[in-house]
Design a protein around this ligand. Structure first.
Ligand SMILES: Nc1nc2c(c(=O)[nH]1)N[C@H]1C(S)=C(S)[C@@H](COP(=O)(O)OP(=O)(O)OC[C@H]3O[C@@H](n4cnc5c(=O)[nH]c(N)nc54)[C@H](O)[C@@H]3O)O[C@H]1N2
Ligand SMILES: Nc1nc2c(c(=O)[nH]1)N[C@H]1C(S)=C(S)[C@@H](COP(=O)(O)OP(=O)(O)OC[C@H]3O[C@@H](n4cnc5c(=O)[nH]c(N)nc54)[C@H](O)[C@@H]3O)O[C@H]1N2
Ligand code: SF4
Ligand SMILES: [Mo]
Length: 743
């Protein structure tokens, strides 16, 4: 171990390879942080095919967070008005199995729900599916991927017949035209962005287009930045299609032989002439014609997207409308081309493979499909009919179920819904209404722990062995290179232990995560995500991209990393054709109005990760990002009579937030931006989701976290007490948790 370990960065879906070194190494001084505490050091792994030695600030500072604010032992309380008290695992597990049995007996399996995360390893995800869907008989397992990738999942399934991003990172360096829409790749997928930027700089003919209401660092690097009005993507994409058709910049033979539904689509696209599109999107005619010409004249177009597309009440429609452009121009299944959704979390992809959403099962299967259920039941060694044919509750529906009092057990693991869900005041009220909540996390306190009856310490990355899949389908083995802290246990072990205690001995007979993984891969046999050639042993020798069927030679398995899906233009639909689908633009669920004249959009900063459970504890990051700032266009600032540094209150129909203003040209007029990273532990009234609404895409059930209508009012600087530490805020949070339920 003194030589360090090779693993995967546990932050974003780029999935960079890391080498981690312990604080003390032979012949070297102990590596210490600013307070003198020994810290692990992380650096890029030059041999990792996805990142080739590069890392960003988050990967580079991960070592600083491993020993701060960790949850060390289980805690419990009868009700939220009592303090959490340390208990043994035995007591905690007894309470959990008691509550599950009671709920099963009194209310049935649908009153149990688990909310998990793309930060699980594949083995955690897989074991949780078995417990909930196979043994307890409810599909009420959903993950934060519902707030993140579910629109892309739905788009791929509907257009191609299966989930699975068809591209790979080598495409970044083989394209003629990169079309980035709704993605701030520079800040959120930095190493993907570095690869693209370097190639773009070197090759002057290569075009880079960015579509984003904000002039992000991503947009600044582009040849063309389309600062569209929020929520107008579908009009833009249909408008591009209109011009592609008008100029015959399409691939008729691909359309004829490999797709269905083109004529209906072409019909709809007719009603998006440039005059209409430029008006809706707030862009110029020359911008629109340029983007269409670049698409049309390029041999290879690669589109990249993330939350500006997915987090929308039209999320699935947006994804399918992007895919339509690829289908009409034959831009798929070849180098440098294809629709490439960038995954957010380190293992959101593995979660999809393991069936980690309420409507799917392992191996890219669906709960609605009787054959799929049967196959999975056999492998899980549960009686036929154990898996319910009804999709379970999606993330926001779980909040509504809590609100109605329909759940008896709510189990949260590796996610922090008390910060990251939409309409957070309503979410927090729903959490207060839960009769029994388990919060299983690696850190303490977290905002969600304030609403828990039982808190379970989980080992995190580096303390448990498992596999993770990145955006380009490369699976990396993450070894346990440190000992678990305190009494923490791996998530999958906790799920398996509860399963065994409930009497499901056989399904949870595996004793190591390697054995769990071996069983999981059997369920990928002959599926698009075939991983039967993978095992912990094989992955320990180096990352491998799927598909990797059993028997694939080492030479191919370790060598490829440029493999694309659909290179034979045969798709995963019954007739092997990809499907066009036309959508008209519907616009934002909550457009601005006289009372709430601004569109608030939300997202991320380069240095912080989500709800700060790690990055909030790393000085090198908090120094650079001490507080959230509200981005406001100079002309809006003038009307509001505010300057940079002034405090404002942002109000939506639901609640309010207070923060300082940053006046900047980097945002279009009428739109303001607020980062998502400050829950109530890290600031007073700075929660972005106090403002957002919970309307979802009707197909993917992903909430529209990217836009709501707000007003902005200048306010005096709030009094901030010196004692506003994390600890005192958590105590305040405890008080919130004790407030009587008002629903
Ligand atoms: N630094 C950092 N990196 C991360 C994360 C993190 O927390 N911090 N989280 C990871 C995760 S889980 C995810 S999901 C990804 C997210 O990665 P991104 O999606 O790149 O990040 P966001 O900042 O959420 O939003 C992207 C952009 O969408 C734009 N946008 C808003 N509304 C619209 C619209 O209507 N149309 C269009 N075209 N664009 C719009 C916003 O202005 C914003 O710049 O990042 C991953 N990487
Ligand atoms: N307004 C707004 N809201 C958003 C978004 C937005 O763009 N705007 N983005 C949405 C998106 S895309 C996402 S992905 C979500 C993210 O939102 P969350 O999932 O709530 O955010 P995280 O802070 O990543 O929470 C992960 C938790 O898991 C813990 N953890 C880490 N590793 C482990 C482990 O191995 N085991 C266990 N048990 N715990 C672990 C961490 O300590 C942390 O508390 O936020 C969503 N919410
Ligand atoms: S780009 Fe993503 S995966 Fe790579 S080091 Fe940064 S956070 Fe980690
Ligand atoms: Mo995400």
């Amino acid at each position: 171990m003194a030589d360090g370990a090779k693993t995967l960065c546990p932050y974003c879906g780029v999935g960079c390879g890391l080498e981690v070194l312990p604080p003390a190494q032979p012949g070297r001084a102990v590596n210490r942080d600013e307070q003198g505490n020994p810290v692990w050091q992380a650096r890029g792994d030059r041999n990792h095919p996805s990142s080739k030695g590069q890392v960003c600030i988050k990967g580079g500072t991960i070592g600083d967070s491993l020993d701060r604010g960790r949850l060390l032992h289980p805690m419990m309380r009868e009700s939220l008005d009592q303090p959490l008290q340390r208990v043994s695992w035995e007591d905690a597990l007894n309470r959990i199995t008691y509550e599950i049995r009671k709920t099963l007996n009194e209310r049935g399996p649908e009153a149990i729900a688990m909310y998990g995360s793309g930060q699980f390893q594949t083995e955690d995800y897989y074991t949780a599916q078995k417990l909930l869907k196979g043994c307890l008989g409810t599909n009420n397992f959903d993950a934060n991927s519902r707030l993140c990738m579910s629109s892309a999942v739905a788009g791929y399934i509907q257009s191609f017949g299966s989930d699975g991003p068809p591209c790979c990172y080598d495409d970044l360096e083989q394209t003629d035209c990169a079309f980035l829409i709704g993605t701030n790749t520079a800040d959120c997928h930095p190493i993907v962005f570095n690869r693209l930027k370097k190639y773009h700089k070197k090759n002057r003919k290569v075009k880079m287009i960015v579509v984003d209401p904000r002039r992000t660092d991503t947009a600044k690097a582009a040849d063309l930045h389309l600062a569209i009005k929020p929520g107008t993507d579908i009009a833009l994409l249909n408008g591009i299609a209109h011009l592609l058709l008008r100029h015959s910049w399409i691939d008729p033979s691909f359309i004829d032989s490999c797709t269905d539904g083109f004529s209906d689509y072409a019909q709809v696209v007719k009603s998006y002439p440039p005059e209409r599109v430029t008006e809706i999107c707030g862009i110029t005619l020359s911008e629109l014609t340029k983007v269409a010409a670049w698409w049309g004249k390029s041999q290879r177009v690669l589109s990249l997207w993330s939350m500006g597309v997915n987090q929308s009440t039209e999320g699935t429609a947006k994804c399918r409308t992007i895919i339509n452009l690829h289908l009409m121009t034959g831009n798929i299944g070849k180098p440098g081309a294809g629709p490439f959704s960038l995954t957010g979390q380190p293992n959101a992809m593995g979660g999809r493979e393991a069936g980690g959403l309420a409507h799917i099962l392992p191996g890219y299967r669906l709960v609605k499909n009787p054959e799929h259920r049967q196959t999975v039941e056999k492998v899980w060694q549960v009686p036929g009919g154990s898996i319910s044919p009804v999709p379970g509750l999606a993330a926001w529906d779980m909040m509504l179920a809590l609100e109605r009092g329909d759940l008896g057990v709510f189990w949260v693991a590796a996610t922090n819904p008390a910060v990251s869900m939409p309409d957070i005041k309503r979410t927090q009220a729903a959490l207060r209404n839960s009769p029994f909540t388990i919060c299983q996390d690696a850190y303490y306190p977290t905002e969600t722990a304030a609403f828990a009856h039982v808190v379970l310490p989980a080992t995190q990355w580096g303390e448990k062995a498992g596999a993770m899949t990145n955006s380009e389908r490369v699976v990396t083995y993450c070894p346990a290179f440190r000992n678990p802290v305190g009494e923490a246990k791996a998530d999958w072990e906790i799920f398996a232990e509860v399963g065994r205690r409930l009497g499901f001995e056989k399904p949870f007979a595996q004793r190591t995560s390697a054995e769990v993984y071996d069983e999981f891969v059997t369920l990928t046999a002959n599926r698009l995500c075939d991983s039967t050639g993978l095992s912990h042993g094989r992955l320990a020798k180096g990352p491998i991209q799927w598909p990797c069927p059993a028997g694939e030679s080492d030479e191919i398995a370790y060598g490829k990393h440029d493999k694309r899906l659909y290179t034979n233009y045969r798709f995963a639909t019954p007739n092997q054709k990809a499907k066009f689908c036309a959508f008209h633009i519907k616009g934002l669920a909550e457009p601005p109005n006289e009372d709430y004249p601004f569109v608030l959009t939300t997202g991320r900063l380069y240095g912080h990760w989500h709800t700060q459970s790690r990055t909030g504890r790393i000085e090198r990051i908090t120094k650079r990002y001490p507080e959230p700032l509200l981005e406001v266009n100079p002309r809006d600032a003038q009307l509001l009579e505010v300057q940079s540094g002034d405090w404002v209150e942002v109000r939506s129909q639901r609640s309010f937030a207070q923060l300082k203003v940053l006046v900047t040209q980097n945002i279009t007029r009428g739109t303001i931006f607020m980062p998502m990273h400050w829950g109530f532990l890290w600031g007073d009234n700075m929660e972005v989701n106090a403002l957002t609404h919970p309307e979802v895409c009707p197909i993917s059930l992903e909430p529209e976290l990217k836009a709501c209508a707000v007003q902005v009012i200048p306010v005096p600087a709030p009094q901030i007490s010196d004692e506003a530490t994390v600890k005192s805020r958590f105590e305040a949070a405890q008080k919130i948790a004790m407030e009587p339920v008002k629903v």
